[in-house]
Design a protein around this ligand. Structure first.
Ligand code: FES
Ligand code: FES
Length: 154
């Protein structure tokens, strides 16, 4: 039987009728047409689906949409203000921090929450901060550069 869920996504309130087993990732991508968060592993192991729930990173592929009841969800789409990219997005472009880009939305959302907790991190702290986000392309060094440079701006 379908259930009603009220949640806020990127500042907009939504009330949706969903199957109880729908994941938050399915709700975002299929229900709300927000395709930024990606499904790769589907088992909470790679971070490609990371979004913020009440400012904390979660793997949306293993969070039920029902668990988002009353929560504030932020996705990569919520970072752009008008025509202005978020400093992390700009810095990722400036430092070639992605290649295929599949991991990028999740990594940026993790980095955003990380920099909120630790605004002046060391290089090693950044590496630990994004340890749950797997990238198959970049070798990570440019991702770390992108985050460290965004930290200066933020
Ligand atoms: S797709 Fe969710 S953690 Fe990999
Ligand atoms: S840029 Fe391709 S997986 Fe990270």
């Amino acid at each position: 039987m379908k259930r009603s869920v009220l949640l806020t996504v990127n500042g907009e309130r939504h009330e949706v009728l969903i199957e109880p087993n729908l994941t938050l990732l399915e709700l975002l991508r299929e229900g709300l047409n927000l395709k930024g968060a990606k499904e790769a592993c589907g088992i909470g192991a790679c971070g490609a689906c990371t979004v913020l729930m009440d400012e904390k990173p979660v793997n949306a592929c293993i969070v039920l949409a029902l668990e988002a009841e009353g929560k504030e969800i932020e996705t990569i789409e919520g970072l752009v203000k008008g025509n202005d990219l978020h400093p992390l997005q700009r810095s990722f472009i400036d430092h070639y921090s992605f290649q295929c880009g599949f991991c990028t939305p999740g990594t940026i959302m993790t980095a955003k929450a990380f920099l909120h907790r630790n605004p002046k991190p060391s290089r090693d702290e950044v590496k630990n901060g994004i340890a749950g986000n797997i990238c198959r392309c970049t070798g990570y060094e440019n991702i770390v550069d992108g985050i460290l440079n965004a930290a200066k701006e933020i």
